[in-house]
Ligand binder design. Structure first.
Ligand code: GAL
Length: 337
């Protein structure tokens, strides 16, 4: 009995030592502000930021993460950034509400000497003088610790167009020699929305196909809005619509419902494309209810963002841009998985 007691005591001492060691651990304060918590894709992204930070913790290094909801309101997000500065965050990860406000926000964070990782919304060509991030922040990017982690939205648009071009009828269901489409756009201020809109169609025209735009509306990345816009377009243009391009899957999921309700059949009398590869969308691709989507790699992007944040915390040199590839997700791809 005494032996058991001694053993328990020894164990308690050892464990005590360990907890003493971890009480000594360095805790880094990480401020993350996401443009809007209700966004489907950014929800996956922000959850993975937290999971991945946790997975990197050791007895000696901890990360205290403050995750803030920008509520799609730039004034609210500016406040959050100011609070992050007052709270003395060691690094900030920022998914801007408005890329046009990048200058002001970046300036404040840089002036406070806090390293910054911009994610998902590239502040490109929105500088007041029409300069790209590179040009506008040449000094800042090089001397201070600011970078952008994202995916090149041109690639996702191109993949959407290519998936249509690769179809047997190249999206020309009625054989009139042109591909008649509708476009459902994300937030028009967002470079992802602009590039996907442009490059999906460009992939078709570059391949030599004639296109006709029947309707182009803004659905702000939102499922309900996507459904509403697609339903309206189906009422207005009926069988003329051969392809429905959505800048993201949330809107494509809404469009899929509208297509079903209108009695149309994807793969037979209409085609439907999204971006993100949300689980529900991949399932629809598998079931033939969506023609294709494009993997917007939230795992790759969140890990790249956290890895560079850790580098910044360790005072290591960084690049100014980190790019993660998109992947084409059509039925053949899903079936092969
Ligand atoms: C895009 C994504 C959209 C939406 C948007 C937010 O990359 O495809 O679903 O999350 O970012 O900025």
């Amino acid at each position: 009995m005494k032996k058991v007691f001694a053993l328990v005591l020894a164990l308690a001492l050892v464990l005590g030592c360990f907890s003493f060691a971890s009480a000594d651990a360095k805790t880094y304060k990480v401020g993350v502000s996401i443009y809007q918590f209700t966004d489907n894709f950014m929800t996956l992204y922000r959850n993975e930021i937290e999971n991945y930070f946790k997975s990197l913790e050791t007895d000696d290094v901890k990360y205290e993460i403050t995750m803030a909801d920008g509520k799609n309101d730039m004034a609210e997000q500016t406040n959050q950034v100011q609070n992050f500065i007052t709270q003395g965050m060691d690094v900030i990860i920022l998914n801007l509400v408005q890329t046009s406000s990048a200058d002001a926000v970046i300036d404040q964070i840089v002036a406070a000497g806090i390293p910054l990782v911009l994610i998902n919304r590239e502040p490109l060509a929105y500088d007041a003088d029409g300069k790209t991030l590179d040009e506008a922040y040449e000094g800042i990017l090089n001397n201070a610790q600011v970078c952008y982690v994202g995916a090149d939205a041109r690639q996702s648009g191109t993949f959407q167009g290519e998936m249509v071009a690769e179809l047997e009828n190249h999206g020309d269901i009625n054989g009139d020699g042109k591909i008649s489409y509708i476009m459902i756009e994300g937030d028009p201020e967002n470079i992802d929305a602009q590039y996907r809109t442009e490059f999906s169609v460009k992939a078709l025209t570059d391949a030599g196909y004639e296109v006709e735009c029947l309707d182009d509306q803004v659905g702000n990345w939102d499922q309900t809005k996507g459904q509403e816009l697609c339903a309206n377009a189906l009422t207005a243009y009926g069988d003329k619509i051969e392809v429905v391009f959505c800048n993201n899957d949330a809107m494509a999921l809404g469009a899929a419902t509208a297509i079903l309700t209108a009695g149309r059949t994807v793969g037979k009398d209409i085609y439907l494309l999204g971006v993100d590869a949300l689980e529900e969308a991949v399932q629809l691709v598998k079931d033939g209810e969506m023609t294709g989507t494009v993997l917007n790699d939230h795992i790759g992007q969140s890990h790249a963002a956290v890895d560079v944040a850790v580098k910044l915390l360790n005072g290591e040199p960084i690049e100014n841009y980190y790019w993660v590839d998109y992947v084409k997700v059509n039925k053949a791809y899903v079936d092969a998985q």
